[in-house]
Design a protein around this ligand. Structure first.
Ligand SMILES: Cc1ncc(COP(=O)(O)O)c(C=O)c1O
Length: 363
């Protein structure tokens, strides 16, 4: 079959996500397992969102609205953006895939950070693009000046995670302005803001403002992270209507399901729940920092709901030992970071279980 498969996918390894809770329970015969591996919201969606989704289930005999009319209207109003500037995806992952599908052909170049979110590379490789990876600075921040230098006439997309995963840090309004200045107009700058709702820093780039003066920019956000709808798969991109038009041409007709659309609209109406949730995550982040320091472990400070931790050369064996204790975290080997694990910030009880297990392993 190798000769049948596109050449560009010969070297691709399928994406491996965080292990599901039920699988770990079965494998290790455990009653209680906590998952801190996929940067999900540990508290779940708001009860009002769950109710809206349950009500909508009665109409699942119908195809979804391919245009996401109500969600488009609600977001346009909230963000004060023209409704024509939105593209919706089965998770924001799918918008990354649309961008690669619409704009990349074999031989084109893509610039990304190293380490960065794996889907940028995966989606680009499928289209036969050449990947140029620019290492993060020693402090795990983006080196936007070096990324700009890596851009050539062949560069079709630059993927920027703001904040990126796995490092969990952001770049500032000032840095992105300098990056965009003089950049070729036929290079698409893809700003991925999957963790936007967690960022509290004052100098965080205002991407909607950037969009107003840069036709070659797309910004993506998601309902999977803070908003707790990872299981429904819905995210969106905001860009110039001309960019949206091209992305729309490579989109399947009913890519965002009905429950996802209804759930996302309900999320936008329940500000109070998510504001309280952000505060809880912030408290838990401080709890983890304090305990990681007490364990003498170095970690990357994060403005998101996950933390990258240096555990020494045995990260994969520590991850396995944690699994046996019923704690699922992410081994960073797939990112080429063999000494690191990434933990998502969970509820108080979950974080305690993680710290307790780490203490035993370190002790
Ligand atoms: C940086 C980044 N972007 C995008 C995504 C994709 O999220 P979703 O497809 O669920 O919207 C993730 C998920 O882990 C992420 O970490």
């Amino acid at each position: 079959m190798r000769s049948l498969a596109k050449k560009s996918i010969h070297t691709i390894k399928p994406y491996v996500g965080g292990k599901p809770i039920e699988e770990v329970k079965r494998e290790f015969r455990l009653k209680s397992v906590v998952k801190l591996a996929s940067n999900e919201n540990p508290y779940g969606p708001s009860p009002k969102v769950v109710q809206a989704i349950a009500n909508a289930a009665r109409e699942l005999n119908r195809y979804p609205d391919g245009d996401c009319f109500y969600l488009r209207e609600a977001l346009a109003k909230k963000l004060k953006v023209n409704p024509k500037q939105f593209i919706f995806g089965n998770g924001s992952d799918e918008i990354i895939v649309f961008a690669a599908r619409a704009f990349l052909k074999p031989g084109d170049e893509v610039v990304i950070a190293k380490p960065s979110f794996l889907i940028y590379k995966l989606a680009s490789k499928i289209e036969g693009a050449k990947i140029k990876e620019v290492p993060l600075n020693k402090d795990f921040r983006y080196n936007l000046a070096a990324m700009k230098k890596a851009v050539t006439r062949k560069t079709k997309i630059v993927f920027l995670g703001n904040p990126d995963n796995p490092a969990g840090w952001y770049f500032t309004a000032h840095e992105i302005r300098a990056f965009l200045k003089g950049l070729p107009q036929n290079t698409l700058v893809f700003i991925d803001e999957a963790y936007y709702e967690y960022v509290a820093q004052k100098d965080y780039a205002d991407s909607l403002k950037i969009l107003r003066s840069n036709k070659n920019v797309i910004v993506t956000r998601t309902f999977s992270k803070m908003y707790g709808l990872a299981g429904l798969r819905v995210g969106y991109g905001i860009a110039h209507p001309e960019v949206v038009d091209y992305l729309d041409r490579v989109r399947e007709p009913f890519n965002v399901n009905t429950l996802a659309q209804v759930g996302a609209v309900a999320v936008l109406k329940d500000k109070a729940y998510y504001k309280a949730l952000a505060r809880k995550i912030e408290r838990q982040r401080q709890y983890l920092y304090k305990n990681l320091r007490a364990l003498n472990l170095s970690f990357v400070e994060s403005c998101t709901n996950f933390i990258l931790i240096k555990v020494g050369t045995r990260a994969s064996s520590i991850v396995r030992a944690l699994l046996k204790k019923g704690v699922i975290v992410r081994d960073m080997s797939a990112w080429g970071m063999k000494d690191y694990l990434r933990v998502s910030i969970g509820k108080a009880t979950e974080n305690k279980k993680f710290i307790k297990a780490l203490k035993i392993l370190k002790g």
